[in-house]
Design a protein around this ligand. Structure first.
Ligand code: GCO
Length: 454
């Protein structure tokens, strides 16, 4: 009972955000350009020609926004650092104004008793480093580790939890293979696989830098997955869902085990070497040791789920039914995904899981009464938190849950047309309106968290 109480007290309840999606302040105080700035300039890349130059203007409004965060009652805030705000050229000269901005954010969080969870890389690569070859250049891992060391030294006296890369699946798949995201490349074959390896090396080198600078900090890696789950609880069906979760997908860069096996188990899946013998061209023997050094948490982003069945001994995906619940992006709403993905990754990788993103995209208009009645989001959160509680009861070690996201923001290629926030943002006036889901989460948190010290 004592252990359970201690664990509950330490549980991280929060919200997650990312730098390019909320900060704005793109031209402020010597921030360097990132690949997302450039990508947004490309015609047709982002809906409505939108960009993150102003976004939620968090760069100027963080004091008020963090006050709102305090009112929400979370004990954790996940945000990412803009690498090019700290190092405008990606390496070399540090920008004191960039460091100062994050110092202020972190100080306020600490004064509110909110744990800062820092993501080092949430997709906004400094443009200059991309021009030097980006992830195709093995040196990139060294640049990432230098940047990590700078961040660790600057913020590590107050930040305990760091994660390295957000969603390698999207960094590679969306950014470097399908060209859907910045930088908009179309790599394939060995070049694509070299980029994957270099990204993993970035993670490994960053963990080394963190360990050397901050022996007490925690490190983790943030993944997304489809969330296959068994449509019934027969052992055979469970096995089929698990197998699909960790299979190498035809769309290789979106696989989970491709990245997580090297990071958490010390080597690529066997099938990877079988399918791609050329991989040895860019994997050096010492790399895997560095990539696979112990991490503290497994950060999992989860939005939906996809059932798996077994018919005549063969796995199959039951077709979606007309009218199945979906969010405003058409993503299937299915909380079983969260239960099973956390269980599967916990069983395989044996690290406490942090649900690092879970949220709902809605229409979220401000109504005549001045409020935003986002009942669908409340329902979504209830369903997912409920499943997370079940997973914990059934033995999955879950250490935190973070709603994606705090403020409506720049939703990548959808620009400002899609809303995931607990707080509505009017992008022409920057007015914030907490949605019904904000108040729901606030009231819910009062029931699960002991009163904060402050
Ligand atoms: C991701 C990113 C977020 C997105 C969110 C909704 O997981 O894709 O981390 O930046 O905004 O997922 O699409």
């Amino acid at each position: 009972m004592e252990t359970l109480r201690r664990k509950n007290r330490d549980f991280l309840w929060g919200v997650a955000t990312s730098s390019y999606q909320i900060e704005g302040g793109a031209d402020k105080a010597d921030r360097g350009k990132s690949i997302w700035d450039t990508f947004c300039e490309g015609k047709g890349n982002v809906k409505g020609g939108a960009d993150g130059k102003f976004a939620c203007d968090f760069y100027h409004r963080f004091r008020d926004d963090l006050k709102l965060l305090k009112e929400l009652g979370v004990n954790a805030f996940r945000f990412s650092l803009s690498w090019s705000r700290i190092l405008p050229e990606g390496r070399g000269k540090v920008n004191p104004a960039g460091v100062d901005f994050y110092n202020q954010v972190i100080d306020i969080l600490k004064s509110y008793d909110i744990e800062p969870l820092v993501t080092l890389y949430h997709w906004d690569m400094p443009e200059t480093l991309y021009r030097c070859g980006g992830l195709l250049n093995r040196d990139f891992a060294g640049w990432f580790s230098d940047y990590t060391e700078i961040a660790a030294k600057a913020f590590g006296d107050r930040v305990k939890h760091f994660s390295t890369i957000n969603e390698p699946q999207c960094v590679i798949g969306d950014g470097l293979v399908t060209a859907a995201h910045a930088p908009g490349d179309r790599l394939n074959g060995g070049r694509m696989r070299a980029a994957i390896h270099h990204l993993l090396l970035c993670h490994g080198r960053a963990v080394s830098a963190l360990r050397a600078t901050l022996p007490h900090a925690t490190a983790g890696f943030v993944n997304c997955a489809i969330g296959f789950y068994p449509e019934n609880e027969n052992a055979e069906t469970i096995e089929a869902a698990k197998k699909s979760t960790f299979a190498l997908y035809d769309a290789l860069p979106y696989s989970l085990s491709l990245y997580c096996d090297p990071v958490y188990l010390g080597d690529y899946p066997k099938e990877y070497y079988e399918a791609y013998p050329d991989t040895e061209d860019f994997i050096r023997p010492e790399d895997l040791r560095e990539i696979g050094q112990p991490c503290d948490f497994f950060y999992q982003n989860v939005y939906g789920g996809s059932p798996m069945g077994v018919k005549d001994g063969k796995p199959y995906s039951p077709p979606t039914k007309k009218g199945d619940p979906a969010n405003g992006l058409g993503w299937r709403v299915d909380e079983n995904g969260l239960y099973w993905i956390s269980k599967f990754v916990y069983e395989r990788y044996k690290k406490p899981v942090i649900i690092a993103e879970n949220g709902y995209c809605g229409l979220d208009n401000v109504c005549l009464d001045g409020k935003v009645h986002d009942a669908d989001r409340i329902d979504y959160l209830q369903r997912h938190i409920g499943k997370m509680t079940d997973a914990k009861k059934d033995g999955t070690d879950i250490a935190g849950y973070l709603v994606w996201t705090f403020l409506d923001n720049f939703e990548w290629t959808y620009g400002y047309s899609k809303r995931f926030g607990l707080v509505h943002v009017d992008f022409s006036t920057q007015k914030r309106t907490p949605k019904d889901s904000f108040y729901w989460y606030r009231d819910f948190l009062k029931t699960v968290q002991p009163c904060s010290k402050k």
